[in-house]
Write a protein that binds this ligand. Sequence first.
Ligand code: 2M8
Length: 423
Amino acid sequence: MNTALDRAAVDVLLANWTGAYTVPSRALYPHQWSWDSAFVAIGLRHVSARRAQRELESLFGAQWADGRVPHIVFDPAAAPEGYFPGPDFWRSTDHPASPAIATSGLVQPPVHALAAWLTFRADPAQARRRGFLPRLYPRLVAWHRYLATRRGVDDLVAIVHPWESGMDNSPAWDAALCRVEPTPAHGFRRRDLLHVQAAERPTDTDYGRYVRLAGDYRDSGYADRLADAQFVLLDPMVNALYAASESALADIAAEIGADPRPHREAAERTGAALVARLFADGFCHAYDVHERRLDRQRTVAGLTPLVVADLPVAPALVKSALGDHFRLGRTALPPSYDLTGPAFDPDRYWRGPGWFNTTWLVWHGLTRHGELDHAGRLRDATLTAARQAGFREYLHPLTGEGRGATDFSWTAAVVLDLLRTAP
Ligand code: 2M8
């Protein structure tokens, strides 16, 4: 049974491999996405450690001179009308810090150092022969420096667009997005609706707001003037991944003979700030920097700080995960948003469906905190969901019916990791 699932997952990863990286989905997302590639590397390392290294190296090959790792790296050979917003919208190559290849100017959650460390561990001898970590380490450090300096708010990292959270239309962004005047729908042409039903994607009004914010950021020269930006939020998942990745950077530094201490200290500082600023009522929430207010809604992002080692509030997060809002282990996949919340929608993208990558993060976090029974049950439920629905982009969290794209890369990758790593 597991052998068939394993083989099917490998087939998806091979089919979506372009020769240098893996597209998230051939139809819907025909370019390289930043955090997708990190999850893909975590699965791909079991098939070919070399390919997993290449996946990350391709992404960091498009790093900007200011350290940012763009959220999309465009395939110059792909049809320009295949994805919106494409290179013509972002105009990255007009910017002095951008690489020669066209990219977006936004970023995504920093899972990369964690992925690099796990990739190294899949085959240390081969990675050492290729000089994988000594080459990637300075780039990872520059990436984190970009986040800490250009996006830093009191030891935490801010996002300036919902796309930067990876959870694009999460209800946690609704209040802040209300203040943004949408670009009218006739001002751009969406391509996503050619591939996925409208009821499973963000609305046109959401898209209008995404386009407005991204266009304003581009027109500022991607300048990161947080005081002037309309949308400045502290997201628990972005910050949890930043802290976990700083811990991974400490491991990487120790492996290559660099000093791990600054990374350990940064991980501790971010972990402490995350608890102090974002934790309330047994849960981690998003914080609006301009409004100086926590958004008390619960999304799965608020459970992911479990990936931070020695998190003092981990028992409270586990309790919240098991309660009525997320019913951990009693749904097909953990929902992306509170099952009892006013905005819960089981079909629409990041407003309720279960996603495999965030489930993997919760599983990884439970394992890190020694919650092996809960981790084991979550793993079993996730494998059952994949067996029943296939490698869909997301699922109805209660029935497990597939939604969004098919043959989705990070779904195959994290399922493969669960099969090959656990129990
Ligand atoms: C989704 O986001 C893109 C924009 O970046 C889109 O909807 O067009 C999100 O699920 C994001 O987390 C993911 O990285 C991307 C590619 O899978 O798709």
